[in-house]
Design a protein around this ligand. Structure first.
Ligand code: NAP
Ligand code: BGC
Ligand code: ZN
Length: 358
């Protein structure tokens, strides 16, 4: 069967032929419908993140998948069920993080990530998965089910950010997303849809006209160009932000977030930057952090509960937003377009087979 993979030493993906997988006990065989592409896939191709499976010289890409159970293999699943797989798997048998259903909290070495770290991903005509790492979603979500994994990333990050503010009466009024990539825009739409904030912002570094700026403004949020208003000056221009969600992978933003937060605010950091040395005034930032009760939480990955909430969230997002966000879904004949990295490409997916309701 066809799979889209990156070979060792290469920085571009290619189509390769791999054997169709056979489900083992407690696994089902899934026919892949669509698999999304995100910034992590691009970081992986550049070589900044990720790991090849042990002893192999290629990695099948793809961690944002939706598919249909083709062979339920005697499990509780029915053939025809539409499913989304989670990303992490235990590398050498279960460990305590997986046992308690929190693989997203496992430290390095205690997980692999399908399509990213040490395990093949879902960009193939079929994949197998143990049933405990699958979430069944409504059939109607089949076309956009590949958005559930990225939404689940934000569900988790917000869970942790809100938990960090749960010891007092926190009434956030403003929220800013750093980054106008697919994760940033999905998160901005979630902020707007939640109606929790009087003011919402999204920070990018592009000039108008730009499709992401149009999406931001269509959502009713304010676009901020970081070349004109650097993140650490956000609070001078717009007052401090109660909640900041960093989705740029631009390392300075982690520290600039401290200044951009309002007193008692929280910043969730999601980006996965490469090593980068730069100067900061550590003493001033430390003091700012303390005297204004600020919090920063780092967040990676997500677990089953976040995927379930994400499926509900997907239903709540405006159709017009989703139509503008997904700029292309490409079949195996022109899959390369899904990896385009230009200003007109926002969210893309590769389609391996079309969904047909039984
Ligand atoms: P993406 O498509 O590459 O988006 C990043 C966006 O940030 C781009 O639109 C980029 O703008 C913008 N940006 C970068 N530097 C900026 C700056 N200095 N000022 C303003 N905007 C800036 O990636 P994504 O898929 O949305 O993901 C965002 C980040 O989150 C990535 O680092 C990814 O690895 C990470 N991520 C983490 C998790 C997790 O579990 N923690 C999950 C998913 C993704 P231009 O396009 O104009 O360059
Ligand atoms: C994926 C997460 C993963 C993270 C770090 C993200 O793009 O969506 O599932 O944990 O990258 O590898
Ligand atoms: Zn991702």
């Amino acid at each position: 069967m066809d799979a889209i993979a990156v070979r060792k030493g290469e920085h571009e993906p290619s189509v390769i032929e791999v054997p169709k997988p056979e489900p083992e006990a407690n696994e089902v065989l899934v026919r892949t419908l669509r698999v999304g592409v995100d910034g992590t896939d691009r970081e992986l191709l550049e070589g900044g993140h990720g790991e090849f499976p042990a002893g192999e010289d290629y990695l099948v890409l793809g961690h944002e998948a939706v598919g249909v159970v083709e062979d339920s293999n005697g499990t509780e699943y029915d053939e025809g069920d539409v499913v989304v797989p989670t990303v992490r798997r235990p590398p050498n048998g279960l460990n305590r993080y997986f046992e308690r259903g929190e693989p997203d909290m496992a430290p390095e070495g205690e997980y692999s990530e399908r399509g990213i770290v040490g395990a093949h991903g879902f960009m193939a005509e079929y994949f197998t998965s143990s049933t405990e790492y699958l979430v069944k979603i409504p059939n109607e979500q089949a076309p956009l089910g590949f958005l559930i994994e990225p939404i689940s990333i934000t569900e988790k990050a917000l869970c942790h950010a809100y938990a960090s503010r749960s010891a007092f009466e926190w009434e956030p009024e403003s929220a800013a997303v750093l980054g106008n990539g697919s994760l940033g825009l999905l998160t901005l739409a979630m902020f707007v849809q939640s109606s929790k904030f009087e003011r919402t912002y999204c920070v990018g570094r592009r000039s108008r006209p730009d499709p992401t700026v149009e999406i931001i403004e269509e959502l009713g949020a304010t676009y901020v160009d970081s070349r004109e208003t650097p993140v650490d000056e956000l609070s001078n221009e717009y007052e401090g932000m109660d909640l900041i969600y960093e989705a740029t992978g631009y390392a300075k933003h982690a520290f600039q977030t401290i200044d951009a937060l309002a007193p008692n605010g929280v910043g969730a950091l999601l980006g996965v930057p490469d090593s980068w040395e730069f100067e900061i005034d550590g003493g001033r930032l430390h003091k700012e952090f303390i005297l204004h009760n600020k919090a920063l939480v780092g967040s990676v990955n997500s677990h089953i509960g976040h995927f379930e909430t994400a499926s509900d969230t997907l239903d709540s997002l405006p159709e017009s937003f989703l139509d503008s966000l997904v700029t292309g879904v490409y079949g195996i004949d022109d899959w390369e377009k899904a990896f385009a990295d230009d200003d007109t490409t926002i969210k893309t997916a590769v389609e391996f087979s079309a969904y047909e309701e039984r």
